[in-house]
Design a protein. Structure first.
Length: 496
C-alpha cells in the first residue's frame, strides 16, 4: 500500500512500512477498515483509501485529481484539511470554487490548456474572471468566520458559450504566509505575498512558515488573547481554557471574540486538536505541552500539525527550566513572530509600540521613588506556594511597576518554593494571582495567609498590603502593560 517506491522489486514489507500504512489510514479516518477488502467499501471510502496510499509514499509533492469526488461535505473538508497539513506541497485539480477559496493558498485557472490567472483565491476567483472563463454569473461575498472569499451563483449565464474548464490549485501543507481573513487596522493589508516562505526563531529553533494557518487551536487565555489582539480571531478553529480561567474570559477586553470563537475543551490533547482539524497549535511548556500527558510539539509533528511555542515558557536547556529572555521581550517577540507568520506585521509593531510606551511611562514615573518594596507573588498552594521566578511575566511586571520580586534570584519561570523562604525574605507587598473565584478566591488566599503562624507576621500580611491582578494579566499576553500600570499605581500610593 504505497510503499513500493521505498523497496526493491523483491523486498518484503517491514515493520516500518506497516506503521506508516497504519498511520496513513488513521489520518484519513479508516484505521478500523484496515482488514476490509476494497470492493466492500463505498465510493467515498475508496477515495480516502487512495489518499492514504498516496500519503504512505511519504512524497515531497502530492498531485491529486479531484480528491473530493464521491465525498460528503464533511469528508471533503476533512480530506482537504488533511492534505494541507500532511507535509508535502500539494497540487490538486478541483471544480468546486468555494472549496478552492476556503482551502487553497494559490489558485491557477486554465482556459483551453492555457494559464489565464494565478494568485490568491481573492485575487483570482473574481466575478469578471468567472464570467469570462466559465460563462457563469457570480457574486463575491466574504465568509463571516474565516474572511475568505465565497461565491454565490444565480443560474444565469452572461454569455451563450460555456466551456468546461479545470481549476488547479496549490495547497501548501506546511505554513506559508498569505494572511487571508485577518481583521487588522487600517494601513495593514494582513496579506503577505503568496508563496514567500517566512522563517522565525521560536524557542531557539527555526520555524519556517510557507502557508498562513487558518485552523489554529490555542491553549490558555493569554495565548488566545494574543491572537485576538492581532485581529486573528478568524484564524482560530477553537481555544482551550480550564475552569480557573472563566472569570478572566468574562472580564476580557476580547470577551466578544471569546463568545464568537468555539471553546473546544478544558484540557488540550491530541483528540481535541485533531477533532478541530488544526493546522497549528499555539501553546507552551506547562501551558498545554507536557511530557507527562504525551502532548508535545514532537507529538504534533508526528500528526502533521505544526506548533508555535509561547516564548515565555521556552526551555533554557537546564533540565525543564523555562525562560530564555525577559518576559516582556518574550511578549514582543511573539507578537512580531505571529505578525510575520500571519501577514499582520504592521499591526504587531503597533501593539509592541503601544505596550512598550505604556511600560516606559510607568518606569519613568517610579524611577524617582528610591525605595522599592519587596513583593511576593502568591499564585496558589497551601503546603508549598507556587510563585514567579525571574523568567515569568510577573517578575517584570513587579520590577517595571517599582517593586522587587523576592524570588528574582531563581532562574526559572513559574515555580514552587517553600513558605520558610517566603518568611525569611519578608515581603512588603503580596501580589495575588486572581483566578476569578473558580480556583480559590482572593479572600480565601488572604485568609489562609493570616491564619498561618509565621506568615501572619510578615510585613505584607501584618499591614494588609495585598493587591490582586487577574491571571490573564500575569501570564504572557496583551494585558501585561496594563498590569504594570495598575500595580505601579498601587505601589506608588503606598510610598506617598
Amino acid at each position: 500500500m504505497g510503499r513500493l517506491p521505498h523497496h526493491g522489486l523483491l523486498d518484503r514489507m517491514t515493520a516500518t512500512d506497516r506503521q506508516v500504512c497504519a498511520a496513513a489510514l488513521e489520518q484519513v479516518g479508516l484505521a478500523e477498515f484496515a482488514d476490509r477488502g476494497v470492493l466492500t467499501l463505498s465510493d467515498g471510502e475508496r477515495q480516502r483509501v487512495l489518499i492514504a496510499r498516496a500519503l504512505a509514499q511519504e512524497p515531497r509533492i502530492l498531485v491529486l485529481d479531484e480528491p473530493t469526488n464521491h465525498l460528503d461535505i464533511r469528508h471533503q473538508l476533512e480530506i482537504l484539511a488533511l492534505v494541507r497539513r500532511s507535509g508535502p506541497t500539494v497540487l490538486a485539480a478541483l471544480h468546486d470554487f468555494n472549496l478552492a477559496a476556503a482551502t487553497c493558498d494559490t489558485v491557477h485557472v486554465l482556459d483551453g490548456g492555457r494559464l489565464v490567472a494565478s494568485g490568491t483565491p481573492a485575487q483570482v476567483l473574481t466575478p469578471d474572471l468567472l464570467a469570462e472563463v466559465f460563462g457563469v454569473r457570480a457574486y463575491l461575498v466574504t465568509h463571516p468566520a474565516t474572511g475568505r472569499p465565497q461565491l454565490l451563483f444565480d443560474g444565469s449565464s452572461p454569455r451563450r458559450t460555456v466551456m468546461r474548464k479545470t481549476v488547479a490549485m496549490v495547497l501548501v501543507a506546511t505554513l506559508s504566509v498569505t494572511g487571508c481573513g485577518a481583521q487588522v487596522s487600517e494601513g495593514d493589508s494582513g496579506v503577505a505575498p503568496a508563496g514567500d516562505p517566512v522563517t522565525v526563531t521560536n524557542c531557539g529553533q527555526s520555524l519556517t512558515a510557507r502557508m498562513s494557518p487558518s485552523r489554529v487551536v490555542t491553549n490558555d487565555i493569554g495565548i488566545t488573547e494574543l491572537m485576538f489582539a492581532l485581529g486573528l480571531d478568524g484564524r482560530i478553529a477553537g481555544y482551550v481554557v480550564d475552569k480557573g480561567q472563566s472569570g478572566g474570559v468574562a472580564s476580557s477586553p476580547w470577551k466578544a471574540d471569546f463568545t464568537n470563537v468555539p471553546k473546544l475543551a478544558e484540557k488540550i490533547n491530541r483528540e481535541v486538536v485533531q477533532g478541530a482539524g488544526a493546522d497549528l497549535v499555539f501553546a507552551g511548556w506547562n501551558y498545554g505541552f507536557s511530557e507527562s500527558t504525551g502532548f508535545t510539539p514532537d507529538t504534533l509533528t508526528q500528526l502533521g500539525i505544526q506548533s508555535y511555542q509561547l516564548t515565555e515558557a521556552c526551555r533554557n536547556g537546564v533540565g525543564k527550566q523555562r525562560g530564555i529572555m525577559p518576559p516582556l521581550d518574550a511578549l514582543y517577540t511573539d507578537l512580531r513572530n505571529l505578525g510575520k507568520i500571519f501577514g499582520v506585521s504592521d499591526r504587531a509593531e503597533k501593539l509592541v509600540k503601544q505596550y512598550s510606551d505604556q511600560v516606559a511611562a510607568v518606569t519613568k514615573a517610579v524611577a524617582t521613588q528610591g525605595q522599592r518594596p519587596k513583593v511576593f507573588l502568591y499564585d496558589d498552594g497551601r503546603d508549598q506556594p507556587f510563585t514567579t521566578a525571574r523568567n515569568a511575566g510577573p517578575d517584570e511586571i513587579i520590577t517595571k511597576a517599582g517593586g522587587t520580586n523576592i524570588f528574582s534570584d531563581v532562574d526559572d519561570s513559574w515555580t514552587t518554593v517553600s513558605w520558610e523562604a517566603v518568611v525569611q525574605r519578608a515581603p512588603d507587598v503580596i501580589l495575588i494571582n486572581d483566578y476569578g473565584g473558580e480556583v480559590g478566591t482572593v479572600a480565601d488566599k488572604e485568609n489562609f495567609l493570616r491564619s498561618q503562624p509565621g506568615l501572619r507576621d510578615i510585613p505584607a500580611v501584618k499591614q494588609g498590603r495585598v493587591f490582586a491582578l487577574p491571571y490573564a494579566a500575569l501570564v504572557e499576553g496583551p494585558r501585561n502593560a496594563s498590569a504594570v500600570q495598575a500595580f505601579g499605581a498601587y505601589l506608588a500610593g503606598l510610598l506617598r
